[in-house]
Design a protein around this ligand. Structure first.
Ligand code: PNS
Length: 163
C-alpha cells in the first residue's frame, strides 16, 4: 500500500491545490490531505481547521482513495503515524522553490525514510494562491473558478462578517 500525504494550510483550498491532490490520487493507493492548524500563519487562518477540512472533503468526494484530516504536529510525525513514505507538494513558479526546498530538506533531516516529491502546477494555476484569493475576494472581486463554488460563497460571507 503506497500512501502519500498532501500537507498544507489550505486557507482556503484552491483549484490549484485540488488539481495536485487529484493528480497524486492517480499515482498512489491512498492520499491523505493533511490540514495544518497553522494558528500563526499570516495573522491566523480565516477558516477553522474543521471548515478547511470540510471544503476539501466536499471537493474530493469523487476520489475514493483521498481522505482529509487535521494535524497539529511535525509533518514527519504524522507521516510516521500513518505509515506514509511520501510527502507531495505542488510547485508553482521558482518563487515557491526556496521555501519548499527548505521544508523538504528539514523534513529529510528529521526522517530520512520520508521523501518529498513535487508535482508541477499546470500553467492555468501557476499564479493562484490562497492569499491572492483572499485579497481578491476581500476587495469584492470574483474568485469563481479559482476555488470551489462552496468556498467562494463562504469566503464572501466570512469577509463580510469580518468587516
Ligand atoms: O500551505 P503551506 O503553508 O505550504 O503548508 C506548510 C505546512 C503546513 C506543510 C508546513 O508548515 C508544515 O509541515 N507544518 C507542520 C510543522 C512541521 O513539520 N514543521 C517542520 C517542517 S518545515
Amino acid at each position: 500500500m503506497k500512501r502519500a500525504l498532501c500537507p498544507g494550510t489550505f486557507d482556503p483550498v484552491t483549484c490549484g491545490h485540488l488539481d495536485i491532490v487529484e493528480r497524486a490520487s492517480g499515482l498512489f493507493d491512498e492520499v491523505v490531505v493533511a490540514v495544518a492548524l497553522s494558528p500563526d500563519k499570516g495573522g491566523g487562518p480565516i477558516f477553522s481547521v474543521e471548515e478547511r477540512c470540510g471544503f476539501i472533503r466536499d471537493a474530493c468526494s469523487h476520489l475514493p482513495n483521498v481522505s482529509v484530516r487535521p494535524f497539529d504536529s511535525l509533518l514527519v510525525d504524522l507521516a510516521r503515524e500513518l505509515d506514509a513514505k511520501v510527502i507531495i507538494k505542488g510547485l508553482r513558479a521558482v518563487t515557491d522553490f526556496e521555501r519548499e526546498f527548505q521544508m523538504a530538506q528539514l523534513n529529510y533531516r528529521l526522517d530520512r525514510d520520508i521523501e518529498t516529491m513535487f508535482i508541477m502546477s499546470i500553467p492555468e494555476y501557476m499564479y493562484l494562491s490562497s492569499s491572492a484569493v483572499k485579497e481578491i475576494a476581500g476587495f469584492g472581486g470574483n474568485v469563481r473558478g479559482l476555488v470551489p463554488d462552496e468556498v467562494s460563497d463562504r469566503l464572501q460571507d466570512r469577509l463580510r462578517e469580518g468587516r
